[in-house]
Design a protein around this ligand. Structure first.
Ligand code: NDP
Length: 523
C-alpha cells in the first residue's frame, strides 16, 4: 500500500557510548547454531592432526628427546590457543551477523500470533476484505444514504457488478502504468540490503508516470469524455479491481513456488493460505519490472486521485460549480499522491518493501482497497453535497489539521529515509542514535524521538482532516481514519516485534527512551 516520506531536526546529543554498545552487542547475540559448532569442532580436529604430524617430524632434530618433547607440547598448546580464539571469534561473528536470518519456524509462529492469523486468518481475510469493500461502497451509494443503522439494499443483477468494457478500461490503466514504469528514464535507486547482503536497483520514474497520467486525463476532459462514467459504473470498477487483484495474487503465488529460499519473504511459512495472503516472495520481478514497487504507488494511488478529479469534473459538468468540501478533499488527496510519487524512492526503506511479501494483502490493498475506499469521502460529498462542511472557518480549521499532519508525516518519513541511506547526511548526522548489534543505528531524536512512529501520527491526522470535510452527521465517511488507526496500530505492533527480533536489547533501549508508540502521552 501507499507509503511516503523526507526533513530536518534538532539534536539531543549522542547518547550511547561505544563500550555500552559493545556490551549490548554481546547480550543481544542470538544463540549459536549447532551446525556452526559442529563445523568448528571438525576443523579443529583436522588442524590438530596436521600440527601433531609436523611436531613428530621435529623428532629428527639434533636436540635431545626431552627438549624436543617440551617444544612439541608448547607448539601444540599455542596452536590450540589460536584455534580456540579463532573459533570464539567465528561464533561471535555468526552471532552478531545482521545477515543471519532468524529461524523461519520462530518467525512464522511469532507472526501468526501478532500477524494476520496465519493460514486461517489469510483465508478468511481474502474473502472478508473484498466483502467489506462491497458493503461499504454499496452502503454509501445515493440510494442507501451512507448509514450504518440499517442493512443496505443491493442489486442481485450481475450486470450491475460486471461489465466487460470496465474490465477493459481497468486493464488498460494497469498496462499503461506498467509501460510507464518500464520507461528507461528517471533515477535508479539502490534498495536496502536483502538477507544475503544483495541490493536491488529500482527505477524511480513514478512522478513522470503521474504527470503523463494527468496529461491523459486532461486530454480526455478536453475531448469531452463523460466525466460521470466512473461514478455511474463505480461498482463495476470495484469488481474489476478486486478480480484483477485476485488474478495478480494467484500469479504471484505460483511464481513464488519456483524461487529460491533466499528470495522468500520473512513471513512465508510454506502454508498455502498464509503465503497466498501475506505473500511468499519478497521482491517478485518480471525482467526489470519490480511488481511490488510498481503496484505500491501507481495504479491504485494515481487511480484514486483521478477518480476524485473525475467526481469534481462531473459535478462541474452537471452544476457549473464544485462544492468547496469536494474541492478541498480532492486537493488534500492530490497533495498526498503528488507527495508520494515525488518521494517515490523513500518507500524503499519502508516496511512494505523491506519485509512484506507480495501477496493478496498488498495486491488487493494497492489495486482495490485504495481506489475503492480512499475515494469514499469524495463519493460521499458528491452524493450528499448538502451534508458536507461549507463554513469557511470549518474549512480553514480542517486545513490546519491537514497541514500539521503533512508536516509530521513528511518530516518523519524523510528523516528516516535520509538516515537509512546516509547517516552522515548533514540533516541527520547531529541526531542522537542508538547503535544495534545488527550494524544499523536507530534514530532516537528529531521526529523519531517524539514517538516511535511519528510518520503514522502524521498520516492519521491527514486522514482525519479528509473525513472532516464530510461533516459530522454520518459515521461511514470516517471509515478511513478509523480503519487506518487500527491498521497502523497493528502494523506498528507487527513491525515492532520484527525490530525487536532484529535489534534485541538496542530496541528495548529505544522503547525506554521513546516510550510512546504513535500518539505522544496517549499511546
Ligand atoms: P516505516 O516507514 O516506519 O518503516 C518501518 C521500519 O523503519 C522499521 O522496520 C525499521 O526498519 C525502521 N525504523 C523503525 N524505527 C526506526 C528508528 N527509530 N530509526 C531508524 N529506523 C527505524 O513503516 P511503514 O512502512 O509501515 O510506513 C511508511 C509510511 O507509509 C508511513 O507514513 C505510513 O503512515 C504510511 N502507510 C500508509 C498506508 C496507507 O494505506 N495510506 C499503509 C501503510 C503505511 P530498519 O531498521 O530495518 O530500517
Amino acid at each position: 500500500m501507499a507509503n511516503r516520506g523526507r526533513p530536518r531536526s534538532r539534536s539531543r546529543g549522542r547518547s550511547v557510548s561505544k563500550s555500552r554498545s559493545a556490551n549490548k552487542a554481546k547480550t543481544s547475540s542470538p544463540p549459536v547454531k549447532p551446525e556452526t559448532i559442529r563445523k568448528s569442532r571438525s576443523l579443529s580436529a583436522s588442524r590438530k592432526k596436521v600440527s601433531t604430524d609436523s611436531a613428530f617430524k621435529s623428532h629428527d632434530d639434533p636436540d635431545t628427546p626431552i627438549r624436543a618433547s617440551l617444544r612439541l607440547q608448547e607448539k601444540i598448546r599455542k596452536q590450540l590457543e589460536e584455534e580456540v580464539t579463532m573459533v570464539r571469534n567465528r561464533l561471535k561473528t555468526n552471532g552478531n551477523s545482521s545477515t543471519t536470518p532468524p529461524a523461519k519456524q520462530e518467525v512464522s509462529s511469532q507472526h501468526d500470533v501478532i500477524g494476520f492469523g496465519g493460514a486461517v486468518g489469510g483465508a478468511a481475510l481474502s474473502v472478508l476484505l473484498p466483502a467489506l469493500v462491497y458493503a461499504i461502497v454499496i452502503a454509501c451509494d445515493k440510494r442507501n444514504g451512507c448509514v450504518i443503522t440499517r442493512l443496505p439494499s443491493f442489486s442481485v443483477d450481475l450486470k450491475d457488478y460486471f461489465d466487460m468494457k470496465v474490465f477493459g478500461v481497468v486493464l488498460s490503466w494497469y498496462l499503461l502504468q506498467v509501460l510507464l514504469a518500464l520507461l528507461p528514464v528517471g533515477p535508479q535507486v539502490m534498495g536496502q540490503p536483502l538477507k544475503g547482503g544483495k541490493r536491488l536497483l529500482y527505477r524511480c520514474n513514478g512522478f513522470l508516470a503521474l504527470l503523463i497520467s494527468v496529461l491523459i486525463f486532461a486530454v480526455a476532459l478536453h475531448q469531452g469524455a463523460p466525466m460521470d462514467y466512473i461514478h455511474k459504473h463505480w461498482l463495476q470498477f470495484v469488481t474489476a479491481s478486486i478480480v484483477y487483484s485476485f488474478v495478480l495474487a494467484v500469479g504471484l503465488y505460483i511464481h513464488a513456488l519456483y524461487v529460491s529460499d533466499s528470495e522468500l519473504a520473512p513471513e512465508a511459512t510454506g502454508s498455502l493460505f498464509n503465503d497466498f495472503f501475506m505473500g511468499r516472495e519478497l521482491n517478485p520481478r518480471v525482467g526489470s519490472l519490480d511488481l511490488k514497487f510498481m503496484c505500491e504507488l501507481r495504479p491504485g494511488l494515481i487511480g484514486w486521485m483521478l477518480v476524485d478529479w473525475s467526481l469534481c469534473a462531473s459535478q462541474y459538468q452537471q452544476s457549473g460549480a464544485v462544492t468547496p468540501a469536494l474541492a478541498l478533499v480532492t486537493l488534500f488527496q492530490t497533495i498526498y499522491v503528488f507527495d508520494a510519487l515525488k518521494h517515490e524512492s523513500s518507500i524503499l526503506t519502508t516496511m512494505d518493501i523491506i519485509t512484506e511479501g507480495f501477496g493478496f494483502m498488498l495486491a488487493f490493498g494497492d489495486l482495490a482497497w485504495v481506489p475503492a475506499l480512499y475515494t469514499l469521502q469524495a463519493h460521499f460529498i458528491y452524493n450528499f453535497p448538502e451534508l458536507a462542511v461549507s463554513n469557511v472557518y470549518g474549512l480553514v480549521a480542517i486545513g490546519i489539521v491537514k497541514a500539521a499532519g503533512y508536516i509530521i508525516f513528511r518530516g518523519a518519513n524523510s528523516q528516516k529515509d535520509v538516515f537509512r541511506n546516509n547517516p552522515n547526511d548533514s540533516s541527520v548526522a547531529h541526531l542522537a542514535t542508538i547503535p544495534t548489534s545488527a550494524g544499523k543505528k536507530l534514530l532516537c531524536a528529531g521526529y523519531w524521538g517524539i514517538c516511535r512512529r511519528p510518520n503514522y501520527l502524521g498520516d492519521i491526522l491527514m486522514a482525519t482532516a479528509w473525513s472532516l470535510t464530510c461533516g459530522t452527521t454520518h459515521l461511514l465517511p470516517y471509515f478511513y481514519p478509523i480503519y487506518f488507526f487500527i491498521l497502523l496500530v497493528h502494523r506498528q505492533i507487527r513491525d515492532e516485534a520484527y525490530c525487536k527480533q532484529k535489534y534485541g536489547a538496542a530496541w528495548d533501549s529505544y522503547c525506554k527512551k521513546v516510550p510512546y508508540r504513535i500518539i505522544p502521552y496517549v499511546f
